[in-house]
Design a protein around this ligand. Structure first.
Ligand SMILES: [Zn+2]
Length: 162
């Protein structure tokens, strides 16, 4: 029995819905207006969970977590998502930390990269070489997703409706 519809990751809009039913929550995740979802919070569900639920054709359990392979929390393409659980997810991030990948740098690298800055420009900003920047991008598998709409500051403003 199929529980998950092909519109599962699409917002349920009401007349007064803002931003086409999408918001960015305080942790930087895209949330979708889904007031009837069993695990909704204030009427919203994280988009990456909806995408994985469609892929698995079932609801995710609360302990099941999703890792964003390229570290970009708004890149919710299924190929960027990895199903894990809370403890495995923590272990994975500890391993990455051991490799010396600094969260602060990485966040800036990925933000600037998504804004269209070159490796050289990013390196200048962070006071590191452009080769180091390029290796970060390669190691993290960061790709520039074209699924989010951004303003001229590179800020997320919504989703392109496909
Ligand atoms: Zn993760």
């Amino acid at each position: 029995m199929t529980k998950i519809s092909k519109y599962h990751n699409k917002p349920t809009l009401s007349r007064r819905s803002r931003n086409n039913g999408y918001i960015i929550d305080v942790h930087g995740y895209v949330s979708v207006r889904k007031p009837h979802h069993p695990y909704q919070t204030n009427g919203y569900v994280k988009e990456h969970r909806l995408v994985m639920e469609m892929h698995l054709n079932r609801y995710l359990l609360p302990d099941e977590h999703i890792h964003h392979k390229n570290y970009i929390k708004t890149d919710n393409r299924i190929e960027n998502l990895e199903l894990t659980n809370m403890s495995k997810h923590r272990t994975l991030h500890n391993e990455l930390d051991k490799k010396g990948i600094k969260k602060y740098d990485i966040n800036l690298v990925k933000t600037m990269y998504l804004q269209g800055f070159s490796c050289r420009k990013i390196g200048e900003k962070l006071n590191i070489g452009k080769t180091t920047v390029a290796s970060y991008i390669k190691e993290l598998g960061i790709s520039r997703p074209n699924v989010s709409e951004r303003n001229e500051l590179g800020e997320f403003i919504g989703r392109k409706v496909g």
